[in-house]
Design a protein around this ligand. Structure first.
Ligand code: PEP
Ligand code: MN
Length: 336
C-alpha cells in the first residue's frame, strides 16, 4: 500500500501518519519527493480496510500497489532516484563510467589502471578482491590486501571504488574500504546477503542474476530497499540463453523496461554481457542509447595474462575510445 500525502501536508501531519502506521503494526518507508511525501506501507495491510488512513489529516490518497515489488516501483517514487557515490551521481543527466580490472591482481597494476581509466574519463574504479569463480581452483582474489590497493589507487586518482561482496561476514571490512558495494549476479538471490547490505549506509550495485527475470531482479532490489537502503543501482550484465557465440546475452530490453517500472538508476555491463572485448564497444554504445545511466567496463593492461576475464577486458587505449564514442551517443540522447 502507498500513502500519498497532500503537497501542503505539515511535518506534524506526516509524523502523525507515520505513528499511526506503526500503531497498526505496519512498517512505514518514507520517500520525500520534491513535491510531496509518499509513504510505503509494508506488512499485513488488511488492517487498513478496518482502520482506513484516508481519513487522517494530510493524506491525499491510499493506493494499492499491484506489482509484487513496492518500494522500487515508480508508483512509490515517481521521480528518478539519483544515487550519490561520495559525490558521483548515478541517475542524473551525466552518464557515469565505472572501469577497472575484473580482479585486483597487484598494487602496481591497479595503480596504473586507475590512472589510465581516470584519464579516460571514468569516475569509479572497479575491481574484485573477493571473486565468485566457477571453479574452486581458479584465482579467488586478494581479499583485504586487494581492498587496500583499491582504496589507495582510488584516492591517489580521485576515483570512487566499487567492489563485490561475497559473504555477509565481510560487510564491515568492505564498508571500511569501499564507496559502493557490488552484489554480483551469482548472489542476486542470496536473500540474507541482500537484507544485510540493505542495512548498510553504502550505495549498492546490484547485478542481475544469470537466469533472473526482470521481476525477480526488481524483487531482489526490493529486499535491499525494504531494509532502509534506498541507494541501489541496478546492473544489466547479460543472461543465459541458447546463444553460444557470446558468453551471455546482454538483455538491453531490460533498460527501458526497468526505467518504466522503477525509479532506480540502471547501468549496463557489456563486458560480462558479451564475454568478448570485440563486442564491448558497440554494446556500450547501445546501452547508453537505450537509456542506461552508466556503464561498468573491465579494463586490463595485458588481457592475455589477466587472472580472470581477460578475453572480455579492454586495453586502456580502447577504453579511452569507448568513453569518447559513448559520450557522443550520450549527447544525442540528451545526456551530458
Ligand atoms: C564482475 O563484475 O567481475 C562479476 C563477477 O560480475 P557478475 O556478477 O555480473 O558475473
Ligand atoms: Mn569479471
Amino acid at each position: 500500500m502507498i500513502i500519498v500525502l497532500k503537497p501542503n501536508a505539515t511535518k506534524k501531519q506526516v509524523d502523525h501518519v507515520i505513528a499511526r502506521i506503526k500503531e497498526l503494526g505496519l512498517k512505514p518507508m518514507v520517500s520525500k519527493g520534491t513535491e510531496r511525501t509518499i509513504i510505503g506501507v509494508i506488512g499485513p495491510e488488511d488492517v487498513l480496510r478496518v482502520q482506513p488512513l484516508e481519513v487522517v489529516p494530510g493524506v491525499e490518497k491510499v493506493m494499492p500497489v499491484l506489482k509484487p515489488y513496492k518500494l522500487v516501483s515508480r508508483e512509490f517514487t515517481p521521480e528518478p532516484t539519483i544515487v550519490d557515490v561520495r559525490g558521483v551521481k548515478i541517475g542524473g543527466k551525466a552518464v557515469v563510467f565505472m572501469a577497472g580490472p575484473c580482479s585486483v591482481e597487484s598494487r602496481e597494476m591497479l595503480s596504473d589502471i586507475a590512472k589510465s581509466v581516470k584519464h579516460a574519463g571514468a569516475q569509479i574504479l572497479r575491481g574484485g578482491a573477493f571473486k565468485p569463480r566457477s571453479s574452486p581452483y581458479s584465482f579467488q582474489g586478494l581479499g583485504e590486501e586487494g581492498l587496500k590497493y583499491l582504496r589507495e589507487a582510488a584516492d591517489a586518482t580521485g576515483l570512487r571504488v566499487v567492489t563485490e561482496i561475497l559473504d555477509v561476514r565481510d560487510l564491515q571490512l568492505l564498508e571500511r574500504y569501499t564507496d559502493m558495494i557490488q552484489v554480483g549476479a551469482r548472489n542476486m538471490q542470496n536473500f540474507e546477503l541482500l537484507k544485510e547490505v540493505g542495512q548498510s549506509k553504502k550505495p549498492i550495485l546490484l547485478k542481475r542474476g544469470l537466469s533472473a527475470t526482470i521481476t525477480e531482479f526488481l524483487l531482489a532490489a526490493e529486499y535491499i530497499l525494504s531494509q532502509g537502503n534506498f541507494n541501489v543501482v541496478l546492473c544489466e550484465r547479460g543472461i543465459r540463453t541458447f546463444e553460444t557465440l557470446t558468453r551471455f546475452t546482454l538483455d538491453l530490453n531490460a533498460v527501458p523496461i526497468i526505467k518504466q517500472l522503477s525509479h532506480l538508476p540502471v547501468v549496463v555491463d557489456p563486458s560480462h554481457g558479451t564475454g568478448s572485448w570485440e563486442w564491448v564497444l558497440p554494446m556500450a554504445r547501445a546501452g547508453i542509447a537505450a537509456g542506461a545511466d552508466g556503464l561498468i567496463i573491465e579494463v586490463h593492461p595485458n588481457p592475455e595474462i589477466a587472472k580472470s576475464d581477460g578475453p572480455q577486458s579492454l586495453l586502456p587505449k580502447k577504453f579511452t575510445t569507448l568513453v569518447n564514442e559513448v559520450q557522443r551517443i550520450a549527447a544525442v540522447v540528451g545526456r551530458a
